[in-house]
Design a protein around this ligand. Structure first.
Ligand code: B12
Ligand code: SF4
Ligand code: SF4
Length: 395
């Protein structure tokens, strides 16, 4: 009969040392090990945040998820150890040179290159195959990176990869918070590493830096106010009061990480997989993005995290960034969007035109008001027109 692997079967200390070296060879920048013990504190915090409405907007982030995340055996009953890994994604940026001087957006650094889920999955599976080869038998495993009901930061924190920052990100001594996290759950017992004793101390620079006030207390994020949530996960209209605060972020947000002293003076790792791809870039020209067809969107963002925003969602974000740009050269493209599809984009184009204002913008809004059939888009047009302006004229 098969027995689970234990310390009696192998020299676990040697296996762990070799596994850490292999993980680095495969392209992980940091790797440590923790046990498969439950995470009761994490589970309690998740439940409290959900009940306080701080995870609102993410319907899948529910009490059942918190319960599953509280114990790794819920995902893999045979788990004995968790190998926590991190990859540094800090790279030198570029700018979209296709239209110098034209309004440009900002993309969060983690999304400049390839989708990290793919990168982690391939490397974790390679690490799993290596463990099997070492042990000469099949090894039960789960390879995860943002992909299951588990709290990646809690695992990384307990394994000692880093500490919880007050901006809620996991900070590491070696790479600041510019790391993405993943883990390999194994049925092999390995000696665990201790957590770090480091914390943020008296610093709280990230809290006032957040443009939308989403960091409501140290280590506490109000999801529904976070630009990262709004630009990536949220699929409907963006609350009007938050739009002016979003600046030119069109996918994700790095403000609370840029404000962090631990992140300063970091040398970019420039790992090729996270370098800005020509089709995406770190600060893409906005006007061409607004004109993308659905097919163009799919082709341009193939293999990029940006696909998650969806065609409509990304162009909604572009409208807001253009509205915040103060750049009147954006008016013709916004007028096209005001008369295009879908209503989500029309409504945000109306908001942007109202914010940029000018005779052409206001005339286009008045013309569209006469024919708009979507009630929400029509309301946005009405709100965008100055009070007293003609609303049903055809210019
Ligand atoms: C949901 C989610 C989001 C949501 C909500 C974020 C949130 N409230 O956690 C949104 C869409 C907003 C988001 C945004 C981002 N995300 Co995200 N996200 C996740 C996801 C799927 C779950 C996170 C989670 O469980 N949140 C619930 C909260 C309560 O958990 P927590 O933040 O870990 O909470 C701990 C601390 O608050 C701590 N704590 C409790 N009390 C206190 C008090 C103090 C003082 C302190 C210091 C700490 C502390 O204990 C808690 C429990 O362990 C994970 C992947 C995963 N499966 O884990 C990625 C993940 C957290 N995201 C990641 C990234 C990169 C980002 C962004 C940086 C992307 C971007 N540039 O736009 C931003 C960062 C925004 C921010 N300031 O946190 C990385 C984080 C890497 C890192 N170095 O920390 C992860 C781990 C994905 C990955 N596998 O790499 N994300
Ligand atoms: S990612 Fe941006 S919006 Fe979200 S908490 Fe950080 S600074 Fe605030
Ligand atoms: S800015 Fe200061 S408080 Fe915020 S995460 Fe960085 S070190 Fe911690």
């Amino acid at each position: 009969m098969d027995t689970p692997l234990t310390l009696f079967d192998i020299d676990a200390v040697r296996l762990k040392a070799d596994l850490l070296a292999e993980a680095r060879r495969l392209g992980f920048d940091l790797v440590r090990v923790t046990t498969a013990a439950p995470f009761p504190h994490t589970q309690r915090v998740l439940e409290e945040r959900i009940q306080a409405g701080l995870m609102d907007g993410l319907p899948w982030f529910n009490l059942e998820r918190a319960r599953v995340a509280g114990d790794p055996t819920n995902l893999m009953p045979a788990v004995r150890s968790i190998v926590a890994v991190a990859i540094d994604y800090l790279c030198d940026g570029d700018t979209d040179a296709s239209a110098p001087g034209a309004p440009a957006g900002r993309v969060a650094r983690y999304a400049w290159g390839l989708d990290y889920h793919t990168v982690f999955r391939q490397r974790l599976r390679a690490l799993h195959r290596w463990v099997e080869a070492q042990l000469g038998r099949p090894v039960d495993m789960r390879a995860l990176a943002d992909t299951a009901r588990i709290t990646d930061r809690a695992i990384a924190q307990r394994a000692g990869l880093g500490w919880y920052g007050k901006n809620t990100n996991l900070l590491t001594h070696e790479h600041g918070s510019w790391v993405l996290l993943g883990e390999l759950l194994l049925d092999v017992a390995l000696p665990p590493d201790p957590p770090l004793k480091t914390h943020c101390g008296a610093c709280d620079a990230c809290l006032p830096a957040c443009p939308t006030g989403a960091l409501v207390a140290p280590g506490v994020l109000d999801n529904a106010r976070c630009i990262s949530y709004l630009t990536i996960e949220h699929k409907g209209p963006i609350p009007r009061d938050l739009r002016p605060l979003m600046g030119n972020w069109v996918f994700g947000c790095d403000v609370c990480q840029d404000a962090c002293p631990v992140n300063r003076r970091r040398t970019p790792s420039n790992h090729p997989e996270f370098m800005p791809r020509p089709a995406v870039g770190s600060s893409p020209a906005l006007i061409p993005l607004l004109a993308l067809s659905q097919d163009d969107f799919r082709a341009r963002f193939q293999g990029s995290p940006i696909r998650r925003a969806t065609w409509a969602g990304l162009r909604r974000n572009v409208c807001i960034a253009l509205g915040n740009s103060g750049d009147l050269t954006a008016v013709p493209a916004l007028i096209d969007a005001l008369n295009g599809e879908p209503p989500l984009v029309r409504g945000h184009a109306a908001w942007a035109l109202g914010r940029l204002s000018g005779a052409d913008a206001l005339a286009a809004l008045a013309r569209r008001a006469a024919v708009e059939e979507d009630p929400w888009a029509l309301e946005e047009i009405r709100l965008a027109l100055p009070s007293g302006a003609p609303r049903e004229i055809v210019c």
